[in-house]
Design a protein around this ligand. Sequence first.
Ligand SMILES: [Zn+2]
Length: 206
Amino acid sequence: MKSRLRVASEPFGYIKVYLYHEPVKNQYKITDIEIYDLFATIRLSVVKFYTVSLWAEICLRSYGGGLGGEEAQRFFQLLLDALVWVDRLPAERAVFVTLQFLVRFLALAGYPLDLSSCHDCGRDLSLQEPVFAEARDISWCCAQCARPGMIKIPAGARRYLEKTQMMPIPPLSSIFRMSTKRRMQARRGWKSQATCKHSSRESSDR
Ligand SMILES: [Zn+2]
C-alpha cells in the first residue's frame, strides 16, 4: 500500500482513490488506490511536463472552468484524453495537443472558437482569409478591421482550428504523423465518422 501510495502521488497519474470517513474526527483516510495510468513519458520529458503543467494550471486557476455536472465530466474526459495522447506522442507534437485542449476547454467554458466571421464588421470570411486577434481578447476580426499590433492567424491555421475542434482527440492525434496526402485522405474518411463518440476510444485505448 505504501509503495503504491508513493507511486500514485506522482503528479499527473490517473488513479482511483478509496476513502474512509472517520466520523469522530471527521477525517478521511485513504484505504486503497487503483492505478490506471501513470503516463510515464510525461515525467521523462521537460516539454511534456511543462505542457501538462499548463493544462493543470488552467484547471486550477479557473476552478475547473466553473463547470459542473455533465460538463465537468466532459472536461475531465478532455483532460484525460489529452494526457493519454501527449504521453504517446513525441514531445515535439505536444503543442498540437495543447491547441486542441485549449480550444475544447474554451468551448466547454462557454467561449466557443468561431473563426468563420469578423466580430467587428460581421462579414463571413472565406477559407482563404486570415483572422486577426488581440493578445488579451477573445474576439477576432478580418484584415480590413485589423488594428496595429494584432496577432495574425493565417488562413491555414484558422482552417486547422475550425476543422479539428469537433474531432475526437485520439484519431486526430495520428494526423500529426501523416504526410499531407495521407492527411487529406484521412480527413475525407473521418468526415463520415465525425459523430464518433469517446466510448469507442475507451475500448480501443486500453
Ligand atoms: Zn471586419
